[in-house]
Design a protein around this ligand. Structure first.
Ligand SMILES: [Zn+2]
Length: 164
């Protein structure tokens, strides 16, 4: 089973409606999905896989037109920024609270999970792996390359015991 099939096996599709995430949730109520040793927010994973594979930055919000945090239906997801996000929240009657925004603003590290972050000043991905006292680091132009680097390094140093 590839990652996308595994992802979809955890989704209940309501006909003509939301695709409800059935597995783990973050403390903020968004779905979480682990692959490549990285914990993804499911609506971001869905957007990247079904809508656009352009790497998301910390400035990008993936918003839900349905206001359902657990929904991963790509037709209900749209790319916004802080302003669009706030306006949409206002128009749909969703109040933006300081720590619980409708379309969550992620920091660089928790978008891509442990070991990969987007460096806005350089416009590339910084990846690292700690093995004992040594921290290995690399910079990659795309998220795909960053994930491949992490996977290669993990297999090299930790062995591949995962069934992904
Ligand atoms: Zn939805």
């Amino acid at each position: 089973m590839n990652d996308l099939d595994r992802f979809l096996s955890k989704v209940k599709k309501h006909p003509g409606g939301c695709w409800e995430w059935l597995a783990g949730r973050s403390s903020n109520g968004y779905g979480e999905f682990r692959t490549y040793g990285i914990s993804w927010l499911t609506h971001r994973f869905s957007y990247i896989n079904f809508v656009s594979n352009i790497p998301l930055t910390t400035q990008d919000y993936i918003c839900h037109s349905c206001n359902n945090k657990g929904c991963v239906n790509p037709e209900h997801l749209f790319l916004g920024d802080a302003g669009i996000n706030a306006r949409h929240a206002h128009e749909t009657g969703v109040q933006a609270k300081p720590n619980q925004r409708h379309g969550r603003k992620d920091t660089g590290t928790n978008i891509f999970g442990k070991g990969i972050s987007f460096d806005e000043s350089r416009g590339n991905f910084k990846c690292s792996l700690r093995v004992g006292d040594i921290r290995y680091q690399a910079r990659k132009a795309t998220l795909t390359e960053a994930i491949a680097w992490r996977e290669y390094m993990e297999n090299l140093y930790w062995g591949n015991n995962n069934d992904h």
